[in-house]
Design a protein around this ligand. Structure first.
Ligand code: MN
Length: 479
């Protein structure tokens, strides 16, 4: 069985409970600690910049736990899944299974189920002061202040009752007020439906869950497909949920912290600037306001924060996008094998596509399908199957040796792109595609990669002599 076959069959079998997956934050943290991937800071780390600085220094190497930040009783944790391998491990699967598993979880989601056992409501604060209850850090230099960055905002469609899960950046604007950036997607649709009827939109902000829920929250789904059901399919068992104390919103029962509140129908207030994934600041503007009614949490809660622009931020957004983009491109060009949104392209703007080219010109069709799959995609490189798209050096090599700009370049001016890309004109900009595949009619030897026969099979321990003295072979001072 090839690796791809194994991945596909494992991904198909999504209904079995996946006991190798981690179903809450605590079990995943404990696992990271047991495998020497959790650094613990000295007590009293400063909430302003110091947590983010330390987390950034360890980004991709270790997660970090900050006990008693600024003397606060609740610890902060960051960097839970700052690599693809860790994310796969948290789901109990191999890295190569990530995209097929996610693709299948979207096709065959698993409904959540109500439970009476709700650790997330062990402690209840009515009339809460967020700044006293939670240690909320300030990350980047010009951020407007403290932000909740790893909160899953859960809302119910006022018309259908279907829930939505998304991560919105949440500025702490007062003891019980948050400023929220709602991009034109599902939370905003639900809000508009409520506001039309003159109502506030009930929401719950959930902090501290398993990596699967964080990942599922970033799925690119149609309106009224619940991301929590995608999480259930990723985990191989339904997510246990409990009703909020002040609304009908259902939240994961084992969450660390739940902030219950309402997006106010009639109010807007300044929010931002805030350091975002492209390594630039999202601007300040009048945005939505959430009034907080109740905060509940576990007995000894842990506050999760995602540092804006860090690997955790990039990877969480990247993997679900890759899965969606791959499904979309494959509908048009079935011989596309894999896609990758590399870190250098902010896991959003650059896409590498690997395909088995069977028809001349089909790489250009793959480029066009990629642009159609998501408006954030700006530059696409298509390569053959012998190029590893997870290694940027390999992709650059393919561009260096298989691409001719007058023949293989596609440029589309004045298309919709990302508003957070500062080189665009308020989100309008050019798309560029590079076809770095070999021509089908090339002579076999022309594009044959050099290789040394037997190189990979050499046992270095067997062929090298660590005890040998260089002096026996290289004579100094005898010249
Ligand atoms: Mn949604």
């Amino acid at each position: 069985m090839t690796g791809t076959d194994t991945a596909a069959s494992a991904a198909r079998d999504i209904t079995r409970r996946n006991d190798r997956a981690f179903h809450d934050l605590r079990s995943w943290l404990t696992h990271l600690a047991a495998t020497d991937r959790l650094a613990i800071a000295q007590p009293n780390t400063k909430l302003a910049f110091e947590i983010a600085g330390i987390a950034n220094r360890l980004d991709g190497v270790k997660a970090t736990l900050f006990p008693a930040p600024d003397g606060h009783a609740v610890p902060v944790v960051s960097g839970l899944t700052s690599s693809r391998a860790w994310m796969a491990e948290s789901l109990g699967i191999e890295e190569a299974e990530l995209l097929p598993r996610f693709q299948n979880a979207v096709i065959e989601p698993l409904a959540w189920k109500e439970t009476a056992d709700a650790p997330c409501q062990e402690v209840v604060h009515r009339d809460p002061d967020l700044t006293k209850i939670l240690p909320i850090p300030t990350h980047n230099e010009h951020d407007s202040g403290a932000y909740i960055t790893a909160g899953l905002t859960i809302a119910r469609n006022p018309r259908t009752g279907v829930q939505n899960v998304a991560i919105h950046r949440l500025q702490v604007s007062g003891p019980n007020r948050l400023g929220a950036l709602l991009l034109p997607r599902h939370t905003l649709s639900y809000f508009d439906a409520a506001a039309e009827a003159g109502d506030d939109l009930d929401v719950a902000i959930v902090v501290g869950t398993c990596p699967a829920l964080l990942l599922a929250s970033q799925a690119i789904l149609p309106l009224d497909q619940d991301e929590m059901e995608v999480a259930g399919a990723l985990l191989g068992s339904p997510v246990d949920v409990v009703k909020c104390l002040s609304s009908d919103v259902r939240v994961p029962a084992t969450a660390e912290i739940v902030i219950e509140g309402r997006v106010l129908a009639k109010e807007r207030a300044p929010e931002g600037p805030f350091g975002e994934f492209p390594q630039y600041y999202g601007p300040r503007a009048d945005r939505h306001v959430i009034e907080v009614d109740v905060v509940t949490h576990r007995k000894d809660p842990i506050f999760h924060t995602i540092v804006g622009g860090g690997l955790e931020h990039l990877i969480l957004g990247g993997i679900p996008r890759e899965a969606t983009i791959l499904s979309s491109i494959q509908r048009n060009v079935p011989t596309v094998r894999d896609v990758h949104l590399p870190k250098g392209g902010t896991c959003r703007y650059h896409l590498y596509v690997q395909m088995e080219k069977r028809f001349e010109g089909s790489a250009k069709n793959a480029i066009m399908a990629a642009f159609a799959a998501h408006y954030d995609i700006k530059h696409v490189v298509v390569v053959d199957e012998d190029v590893n798209i997870f290694d940027p050096d390999e992709v650059e090599w393919a561009v260096a040796t298989r691409f001719q700009a007058d023949r293989d370049l596609v440029v589309i001016p004045h298309a919709q792109g990302s508003k957070l890309d500062p080189s665009t004109d308020d989100g309008v900009g050019a798309k560029m595609g590079l076809d770095a595949t070999k021509p089908l009619d090339a002579e076999e030897m022309t594009f044959k990669r050099i290789r040394v026969p037997g190189q990979e099979e050499i046992d270095l321990d067997a062929v090298l002599d660590p005890g040998a003295d260089v002096g026996a072979f290289v004579k100094l001072g005898q010249g």
